[in-house]
Structure formats: C-alpha cells, structure tokens
Ligand binder design. Structure first.
Ligand code: MG
Ligand code: MG
Length: 263
C-alpha cells in the first residue's frame, strides 16, 4: 500500500532528513585515509543520537549490526562497519544513513572520495550523482515511477557505466522500507502514478563494470560480481504540489541558498 503523507508529516520527515543532510556534510571532513569504517560508524551514531529523540534507523533493522551501512570500492550497499576496514587514499566509500525521529524516517546515501581518486572513479561519482539529480527532478506529481528510472537511464546512457538493477529505491515513512519499489531503470509513463504526498527514497547505484552483484558470506555486504567499483547516491524526496522536495538536505544557513551534502 502506498501512503500519502500530509504536509505536517512531510515536515516531520524533513526533520529526520535534516539530521542526515548535516551529518553527510560533516562526514566530508571525517572521511580520510587511516580511518576505519567502525570509527565512521561511531561518529554517525553519536552525531544522530546527540539530537534529542533521534535514532539510527538501520541499527538492528532486519538484524543489521551497524548504525549505518559503509561500503568501500566494489561494495555496493550494506557494508558492515569494521575496525579491520581502514580507508586508503584513492578509495571510494559509501555511507548510507537512516534516521528515525518522532516516528518518522528518512534515508540518504553518499559516496565520498577518500583523498584524491583516479579519473575513472571521479567520473563514476559525477555520473551517479547526476543520475540521482535527474531522477529527483522527475519526482513530479502526474509522472510515474517509471519516469524516475528513465531519468537515470538517460543520464547514464553512453557513459560506459552500468546501472545496478537488482537493487531498488523505496517508499519511506513510518518504516524505512515501504511501497512502492523505485527501480533505477524504467520507462516513462509506466509504474505507479506519482501523487502529492508520496515520499520516496530514490537511490541510483552504478558500477564501473558489470551489472551483476553478489552477497558476501557475511550475509550483508553486496559487491559487484567483477569487483569493479560502485557508487550510490540517495535522497528522500516528497512529491508536493510545488514539485519535488528533497528532505535529506542540510538546512540552508540563514541568508544563503540551500546547501547540499558534498559529492
Ligand atoms: Mg539508504
Ligand atoms: Mg534507501
């Protein structure tokens, strides 16, 4: 069942989302060579729980052991934070954060470069980020879910990069994962109609190699089958009468334009 949220409920989700937006902005300084993914997980947990009533929504979700998911290089999603995974110059690290506050969830992911990365990795980040922006722009009432995936396909076409299609975005609200599914490939005009009040986690994932993925023996970590690098960008987006509203941005400081978490 697809829920339609009131303006007040969307504002409540934006309060969860703002914690993630500011956290991802703060992480830009925390992501550096020598850090373990467990250290980053602790930073995120502390950052989230320092906000009265806020909790990391992925902690314990389906039994997940971390507070956030941290995936390095060929890892696409659901990496488990570990003391043994130390970031190196040139790595890519995806930090996927869910927050629940006052019973409302938000979900956003960002892939960060660790120091200087090679040109191919920088391009993978750019195109994945652009594909999220294009899909979020298509989140207009009257469009269909297929228009979001179609926007990802249009952006990625000709880049030589592959869209991971076995993983999808999702509706979000009281729970992290709700209906509908939001595929990262689609056809314009197909799939559920986008209606005012729908809130979607839009999350394209691209690989520099194959579209195929597999899950490691830890039961969580999803990697590309050919060990090529992956990137993942995600925002929680509400369909409103005045267009798409991204709920997982850092709030703008007074007197400035909106600030987006760094790419
Ligand atoms: Mg996420
Ligand atoms: Mg998600």
């Amino acid at each position: 069942m697809i829920h339609l949220r009131t303006a007040e409920e969307i504002d409540a989700m934006a309060r969860s989302g703002a914690i993630i937006g500011t956290l991802l902005t703060a992480l830009d300084d925390e992501v550096r060579p020598g850090r373990s993914t467990k250290q980053l997980d602790r930073f995120c947990d502390t950052y989230i729980t320092d906000h009265d009533g806020a909790v990391p929504a992925f902690k314990g979700l389906y039994g997940f052991p971390g507070s956030v998911c941290i995936s390095v290089n060929e890892e696409v999603v659901h990496g488990i934070p570990s003391d043994r995974v130390i970031l190196d110059e040139g790595d890519l690290v995806t930090i996927d954060v869910g927050v629940r506050l006052g019973g409302w969830c938000a979900d956003s992911a960002w892939t960060f470069p660790v120091g200087d990365v090679d040109d191919a990795s920088a391009r993978l980040l750019d195109v994945t980020r652009q594909s999220l922006d294009a899909a979020a722009e298509a989140a207009e009432r009257g469009n269909h879910i297929g228009d979001l995936g179609a926007a990802v396909v249009r952006t990625v076409q000709g880049s030589g990069l592959a869209i991971i299609r076995d993983l999808v975005g999702h509706g979000i609200g009281r729970e992290v994962h709700e209906d509908p599914q939001v595929p990262n490939v689609g056809r314009p005009g197909f799939g559920p109609l986008l209606r005012e009040g729908m809130v979607l986690a839009i999350e394209p994932m691209l690989s520099a190699g194959t579209v195929d993925i597999r899950t490691l023996d830890d039961g969580w970590t999803v990697v590309t089958a050919d060990s090529s690098r992956a990137a993942h960008f995600e925002h929680t987006v509400a369909i409103t009468a005045s267009g798409p509203r991204i709920l997982t941005m850092a709030p703008a400081p007074a007197g400035t334009a909106g600030v987006q978490a760094p790419a």
